[in-house]
Ligand binder design. Structure first.
Ligand code: AN0
Ligand code: CP
Length: 317
């Protein structure tokens, strides 16, 4: 595997899941594979889980790991070509990328959507420049439109907890005070659409996602109807995608907070969220602390999804 940015890059999900299972059974079985190979993780945005789980995954495979927080100690980077660089940005991405590529064997990039220019975000400008100019395999640690390592971990988690062959999985929008990218929701939809689950998306009017990601999913505006018979509730906030509100918070309606009353409409559903989560905005204390909450095993599976991806890339070097 030469890149990992979307569901297509992983190939058949059944094979990816079986690789993940094998790795989870013995995560040190391939600890020689990454010997003398270096992973460089580049963060343009904050992270807890992605940073730690991906580093741990690389260490399990015997790799060396370097982490660069672009906004803490590195030169400020210009990302647009043609700009007269007379402002505060001292270096251009077009030099920085091949330089970074020269120090490592695999590059992981986190670069969120700016949420001001939809076209630029949805073209995945930053991630694609890394793919084009680094000369090294690149994987996404959440880019502008997708978060595939999260979605892969979500899929692994659903497979572990499901009690029926074809569970009903509901992606529900939930309120948040600040504008967040659509990446986690887009990506979750993309991966769920690649399964044969019964997949439903629910959100208030105005929060429609990009139809390319919604795909064949059922969109149900009535949250009560959507929650009925659900086996998994996957909560996430995202800002508006549709113009003229792209990147804006158009509602913080707390009747969309996932609470015990709404969970009672489901078929004893498990509660999922990628974390970090704002309690009593996205989900109540009661629900996230309930025995149906699987947010911790979900986060733990980030190590497994990252290790499966790194294992595949290392094998192809
Ligand atoms: C980010 C987001 O919504 O994309 C990262 C989630 C994994 N969340 C926040 O910025 C709070
Ligand atoms: N879920 C997730 O990607 O978490 P971090 O932003 O902490 O990495």
């Amino acid at each position: 595997m030469k890149k990992f940015t979307c569901v297509q890059d992983i190939g058949p999900l059944s094979e990816a899941l079986s690789d993940a299972q094998k790795i989870k059974k013995d995560r040190f079985a391939f600890s020689d594979l990454g010997k003398n190979k270096t992973l460089l993780m580049i963060f343009f945005n904050s992270s807890l889980r992605t940073r730690l789980s991906t580093q741990k995954a690389a260490m399990n495979l015997g790799m060396n790991v370097m982490v660069l927080d672009v906004n803490q100690g590195a030169w400020k980077l210009e990302t647009e070509r043609g700009v007269v660089m007379d402002g505060d940005k001292a270096e251009h991405l077009l030099e920085a990328i091949p330089v970074m590529g020269s120090y490592c064997d695999i590059i992981g990039v986190r670069s969120f959507a700016g949420l001001t220019d939809k076209k630029s975000d949805y073209e995945e400008k930053v991630l694609n420049q890394f793919i084009q100019y680094s000369g090294k395999p690149v994987f996404s640690m959440e880019a502008a439109t997708r978060h595939p390592l999260q979605s892969f971990a979500d899929l692994i988690t659903i497979e572990e907890f499901k009690t029926k062959e074809r569970p009903k999985v509901v992606l529900t929008w939930a309120p948040h005070p600040r504008p967040l990218p659509q990446a986690v929701a887009n990506s979750f939809a993309e991966w769920m659409n690649a399964t044969d689950y019964d997949f439903v998306i629910t959100h208030p009017e105005g929060y429609e996602l990009d139809p390319n990601f919604v795909g064949k999913a059922k969109v149900e505006y009535d949250r009560e109807k959507a929650f009925k018979n659900a086996d998994f509730i996957y909560a996430k906030n995202w800002s508006a995608f549709t113009d003229p509100n792209y990147g804006k918070v158009i509602s913080t309606d707390r009747s969309w907070t996932v609470d015990t009353k709404s969970m009672e409409l489901t078929d004893g559903a498990f509660f999922m969220h990628c974390l970090p989560v704002r309690r009593n905005m996205i989900v109540t204390d009661d629900v996230i602390e309930s025995e149906k909450s699987i947010v911790i095993p979900e986060a733990a599976n980030r190590e497994i999804s990252a290790q499966t991806v790194l294992w595949r890339i290392l094998k192809s070097l």
